[in-house]
Write a protein that binds this ligand. Structure first.
Ligand SMILES: *Cc1c(COP(=O)(O)O)cnc(C)c1O
Length: 430
């Protein structure tokens, strides 16, 4: 038997995995042309043609609307900005409750708090890791005004069911599809079936512009409100007829021309970049599916998965080795990008202590918060137990995984799984 690296043997992965880099000659050329033009941004925060930005920003938005199959795409300087703009645009009021999964990146929830609304955390579906529709029903109250659905790891949430619930209870739906651009649900792209959706263009994601984000909507009203919030709304609304002033406090969420030019090139590559990652994930699934005690990603019938993260569940009790020891052994084999556990946003100190704005617990302590929303450990048992014990993610999007690489990753797992009995002893000694 080959000796485990953790016990002094050779590593299964002998060269570090290559960092993923989707930026190439096309982006270099596009960015240089913008720099040569001297026009790095053309936004004006006043009511004129350039209120909507320069030529690259507009071209990027047109191309994105076409790619995602929506009426409008609105670029922003980050997806966190995009989420804030979305919550404002759908008209969330102070004290309104918005249901959001706890298993997500923190910004999905802080965008809600930003408008002095109250995040209510829903648990996740144990197969897809996406927001559980059963849990949404339990989170509903007379104060619920919206659902922030998240397409986690690269697969759409159960958006049709969520839209049905929303229709029944008169709720708005925003989709945070930061991790899943180009993933399919039914015949549409993820992020496009709700009131507002969108994607991150941060450098950790499938395609990027360094920092950036893109909002999508089929509503002309929301499109206008998003454009206003992006660009100092309060300064220009006086020039607009019949405008609903609620939440038109504006910011500078504008994207620069260089980022937009890069975004245009990145969008062209998105399908092929994702196809490469899907191929690597299939090899992993074929291999890991044959090992005892690993549950490989579940893909629901209507969906494709774009594997921002490759999610696994370990049957820790039957394996008899803790997740920490498995991770330590895999890391010793040279594997990086392992995520033992994921977010439980409700357990962050801000929610545990209910201190957000100022030091007196605003908004929870104020009159606008109409009931005591619980963030106690125990409200999201699936997400909590996955985080504490069973979940193991492989952050695929961090690496350029060609065939040789992915086989090495498989070898690392195989070595560990062939030596589980040794690791059981190792755990006992540890
Ligand atoms: C990355 C990410 C964000 C934030 O996007 P930024 O562009 O980094 O601001 C929000 N939600 C989810 C689920 C993410 O993965």
């Amino acid at each position: 038997m080959i000796k485990l690296a953790i016990l002094g043997g050779e590593k299964a992965i002998n060269a570090p995995l290559k960092r993923y880099n989707p930026i190439g000659a096309e982006e270099l050329l596009a960015a240089s042309e913008v720099i040569r033009s001297g026009n790095l941004s053309q936004f004006v925060g006043g009511w004129c043609d350039d209120f909507y930005g320069g030529p690259k920003v507009r071209e990027f938005e047109e191309k994105a609307a076409e790619y995602f199959g929506v009426n409008s795409a609105i670029s922003v300087n980050s997806w966190t900005s995009g989420l804030i703009a979305a919550v404002g645009a759908v008209g969330i009021e102070p004290g309104d409750e918005v249901i959001v999964p706890t298993w997500t990146m923190c910004a999905s929830a802080t965008a809600i708090l930003h408008w002095n609304a109250i995040p209510v955390f829903a648990d996740i579906d144990p197969d897809t890791f996406n927001i559980s529709t059963e849990s949404i029903l339990k989170c509903l109250s007379q104060y619920t005004k919206a659902i922030m659905a998240v397409d986690i790891f690269g697969q759409s949430c159960d958006i049709d069911k969520i839209m049905q619930i929303a229709k029944l209870h008169n709720l708005k739906v925003i989709t945070d599809a930061a991790q899943s651009p180009s993933a399919i649900y039914g015949h549409t792209k993820t992020g496009t079936r709700s009131d507002i959706g969108g994607y991150s263009l941060n450098y950790h994601k499938h395609i990027h512009t360094g920092e950036g984000g893109i909002l999508v909507t089929n509503s002309d009203e929301y499109c206008q409100r998003l454009q206003l919030i992006r660009n100092h709304a309060e300064a220009v609304v006086k020039d607009l007829p019949n405008v609903n002033l609620a939440n038109l406090v504006g910011y500078n969420f504008r994207m620069g021309e260089i980022e937009a030019a890069i975004g245009i090139e990145q969008l062209k590559k998105l399908d092929s970049l994702v196809a490469g990652r899907q191929k690597a994930a299939e090899v992993l699934t074929d291999f890991l599916g044959g090992l005892e005690g690993i549950k490989t990603p579940y893909i629901s019938g209507a969906s494709s998965h774009v594997y921002y993260v490759y999610p696994m569940l370990l049957d820790i009790d039957s394996l008899g080795v803790s997740r920490a020891v498995i991770v330590k052994a895999l890391e010793a084999e040279g594997l990086r990008g392992l995520a033992p556990g994921y977010a439980n946003i409700h357990l962050l100190p801000m929610y545990q202590n209910k201190i957000a704005y100022g030091s007196n617990g605003f908004p929870w302590s104020s009159d606008i918060c109409k009931r005591n929303v619980s963030y106690q450990k125990g409200i999201c048992p699936v997400a909590e137990s996955f985080h504490d014990k069973f979940f193991l993610g492989f952050e695929m999007c961090m690496y350029q995984l060609d065939e040789a690489c992915i086989l090495q990753v498989c070898n690392a797992f195989e070595k560990i799984w062939q030596n589980l009995s040794l690791l059981r002893e190792y755990s006992n000694d540890d």
